[in-house]
Write a protein that binds this ligand. Structure first.
Ligand SMILES: *Cc1c(COP(=O)(O)O)cnc(C)c1O
Length: 331
């Protein structure tokens, strides 16, 4: 794999560290748990979208864009990292928010990521839940073009083959770290939503024949739909990097049993996972993604899916800025 042939803008602090969690591992009494600290990518409190944005923003610049448009939930970590990347590169940023939460709290609407979006100078626009957000972005781009601007549309979550390159690169980085430190990785686990993270990881691992299983813990869709979304993006990503044929359908596995009532809605498992990580390891996860992902990992360990003697890498995809939008739901 030769990723240097794709345009890229440096935004992230890489490589992110891999850290052992001895107290959480001991408490759960099963495998050794390690975290890949992609919450430490460094861009306005970090997270997984920064890796994707290195490739997406480079393409925007290459196309002569002066503004980026993206969409997400109100407390979107992707939107906040996009706002920060745009600020750092001197581009305008238009964030289209879909209101996916019924009866949102004051903090949800104004604190957490939203506070940071505003500080970073992004313009925000609200749409009702159920809006066709891709169409809304197209229409917004038409209006901006009419006003003489040059918009570049970044899909929700930065999940297309260009963004997924960020996680192809993460797969390379992680395997290199494991090789250097003699750390045999038995499983990779992480929260999966718009699919770019898992698609990029699986594609990168498959293309280098690393043969490490990846489990995505869903935060949104049902299993079939989530796996299909990841699979389709992985096929496109493999094509894009010149590794067509390397990804098999069986390599795409999602467990969507931890979504609870819906995307961005708190669950008891998420709350317990957040407090366990905070109080045993001083580590902050987030209520929408990594907290539910960790809740899934904890439950799967208790069910014996992962065993003593195995090494698990949990990819910490970030999002702790969102904690401040979920005050009431956490404590
Ligand atoms: C976006 C996000 C994810 C999910 O990544 P996808 O590439 O959208 O599947 C996981 N964790 C956090 C904190 C995120 O912001």
């Amino acid at each position: 794999m030769h990723l240097a042939k794709f345009p890229r803008t440096k935004l992230a602090h890489l490589p992110t560290p891999v850290e052992h969690l001895p107290r959480l591992s001991a408490r759960l009494g099963g495998p050794a748990i390690y975290v890949k600290r992609d919450d430490c990518t460094g861009l306005a409190s970090g997270g997984n979208k920064t890796r994707k944005l290195e490739f997406l923003m480079a393409q925007a610049l290459q196309q002569g864009a002066d503004t980026v448009i993206t969409q997400g939930a109100v407390q979107s970590n992707h939107a906040r990292q996009t706002a920060a990347a745009a600020a750092a590169l001197g581009l305008g940023c238009e964030l289209l928010f879909e209101n996916r939460i019924s009866e949102p709290s004051e903090q949800y609407l104004n604190s957490g990521n939203v506070l940071l979006d505003r500080m970073l100078g992004a313009r925000t626009h609200h749409y009702p839940g159920g809006t066709d957000m891709n169409l809304a972005m197209e229409e917004h781009a038409v209006a901006l073009r009419r006003a003489g601007r040059k918009p570049y549309i970044i899909p929700g979550g930065g999940s297309n083959p260009v963004g997924a390159l960020g996680y192809v690169n993460c797969a390379l980085e992680l395997v290199q770290q494991a090789n250097e430190h003699g750390l045999r990785i038995d499983h990779i686990v992480h929260a999966t939503g718009s699919a770019g993270t898992q698609a990029g990881l699986v594609t990168g691992l498959a293309a280098m024949h690393a043969d490490i299983p990846v489990l995505g813990i869903g935060v949104n869709a049902a299993r079939e739909a989530q796996e299909e979304k990841v699979y389709q993006l992985a096929l496109q990503t493999a094509d894009y990097i010149g590794a067509a044929g390397s990804v098999q359908r069986g390599q795409i596995v999602a467990n969507c049993d931890y979504v609870g009532p819906g995307y961005g809605v708190a669950t008891q498992g998420m709350r317990e996972a957040l407090l366990m990580a905070a109080r045993l390891e001083g580590l902050l996860f987030d209520p929408v993604y990594s907290g539910k992902g960790l809740a899934g990992l904890i439950d799967q360990i208790s069910r014996g899916t992962f065993k003593t003697g195995e090494n698990i890498i949990f990819i910490h995809t970030g999002g702790s800025a969102g904690l401040f939008g979920y005050l009431d739901e956490i404590l």
